[in-house]
Write a protein that binds this ligand. Structure first.
Ligand code: NAD
Length: 376
């Protein structure tokens, strides 16, 4: 019997790699994994998947690639995006917006191929910035994405692509599902190089401090900013539940365990058995002041929400990064890995039109009429 064909775009990335593995473990489908990165750079390579790797065969901005991979497919999971942690998205807004090509072409090719279900990985970055100005947050419910004032660049693209999924469903009948991921972390993901997110960066810095003997840590912002973090196993389980559901509107997929960045550092220190001197880098990208996931909707639809504790998840992540660190680094590298940088541009797009002044100012409000948001 022919197995159902399932496409995972972004299959060489962090979440995509775990999703491919989970789908293969189920044993019921033939998986096509697609990623623009050369296969040696994929976080996980599943030899039993059909892998489309590199700029020629795996660039989902290219409609011909999308057509090839979607042909005969039943489900498509669109996870491919040029993205990273706050340092990356605040410094690469144009690149982040170019993911609109990937989303548009994957959706068009899926619709053309008669794909049954299309899953889109959106983000908590779509939420209105005015609702995230206080570290003592009210968790974000799905309706809080409007009126639109999302994260510049990355968030605007995600919000636009969410709408595109909705209109493709309404006008063409393709069954789209949209999950807004909130900070996903875990093993087999980015932990160095400028695209890593806070949990991996904090683990790496603690490991580096231990290895170098310099017992200090640099923290971006003042450490009081709050977030929730979802462990990868919860994320993959949630993706499966959402695609199998009849939830057509965007839905949060995130943990509701709120912590400050200082508390995240406490957890990593406890796992490492070390106490570090904290230095706060106040001019570093820090994102919104506070953000949490309101899980009322997912609980009411699915009777489920992510539940793996931050302590448990960070322990697994810390030990994986420690292993990678041992394989790749020596004590001399440890010093440089104790801080974070951020990259500009990315292969294969050279784009280095870097304008320093626009990096850290609040460009969200540019173009918004005077008086916006005021009553009356
Ligand atoms: P990741 O960077 O590890 O994976 C994304 C993958 O997409 C990368 O391997 C990248 O090479 C690939 N890619 C980029 N452009 C491509 C293109 N043109 N064609 C084919 N592949 C391309 O990131 P991730 O954490 O696995 O995120 C997966 C998805 O989830 C993304 O859409 C991301 O925006 C979304 N998301 C992630 C988080 C998180 O915390 N990790 C939070 C919110 C949303």
């Amino acid at each position: 019997m022919n197995k159902r064909v399932v496409v995972v775009a972004g299959g060489g990335g962090f979440i995509g790699g775990h999703l491919v593995k989970k789908l293969l473990d189920l044993g019921t489908c033939h998986v096509r994994a697609v990623d623009i990165k050369p296969i040696e750079d994929w976080y996980q390579v599943s030899p039993t998947a059909e892998n489309f790797a590199g700029p020629a065969d795996g660039d989902a901005r290219d409609f011909r690639v999308c057509r090839t991979v979607c042909r005969g497919a039943g489900d498509v999971y669109q996870l491919a995006a040029d993205m990273g942690g706050m340092g990356f998205i605040e410094n690469n807004k144009a690149l982040c917006m170019l993911s609109v090509l990937t989303n548009t072409h994957m959706l068009l090719a899926s619709q053309e191929a008669g794909v049954k279900r299309f899953f889109f990985s959106s983000s908590a970055c779509v939420y209105n910035a005015d609702k995230q100005v206080n570290p003592d947050v009210t968790a974000l419910a799905e309706a809080d994405a409007y009126p639109g004032l999302p994260e510049d660049g990355y968030g605007w693209e995600k919000l636009f692509s969410e709408r595109m999924c909705r209109h493709f469903r309404e006008d063409f009948g393709i069954q789209t599902r949209i999950a807004r991921f909130h900070n996903v972390y875990g093993p087999e993901g980015t932990w160095r190089g400028g695209r890593e997110k806070a949990p991996a960066a904090v683990c790496r810095k603690v490991i580096a401090a231990k290895a170098s003997g310099d017992h200090s840590i640099e923290i971006w912002g003042d450490g009081t900013q709050t977030r929730s973090f979802m462990y990868i196993d919860d994320c993959v389980e949630g993706i499966g539940k959402i695609i199998d559901s009849q939830i057509y509107e965007p839905i949060n997929l995130g943990s509701s365990e709120l912590v400050t960045i200082n508390q995240l550092v406490d957890i990593a220190e406890e796992i490492a058995g070390i106490k570090l001197q904290r230095h706060y880098k106040l001019d570093a990208p820090r994102g919104v002041a506070g953000r949490n996931s309101d899980n009322t909707k997912i609980k009411s639809y699915l009777g489920w929400e992510p539940s793996i504790s931050l302590k448990q998840g960070i322990a697994a992540t810390y030990h994986w990064i420690e292993e990678e660190f041992r394989k790749e680094c020596n004590a001399a590298d440890a010093k440089s890995l104790a801080t974070s940088g951020y990259s500009h541009g990315s292969k294969p797009i050279p784009g280095d039109g870097y304008v320093a002044e626009s990096r850290h100012m609040d460009t969200w409000r540019q173009g918004i009429p005077v008086g916006y948001g005021k009553p009356g």
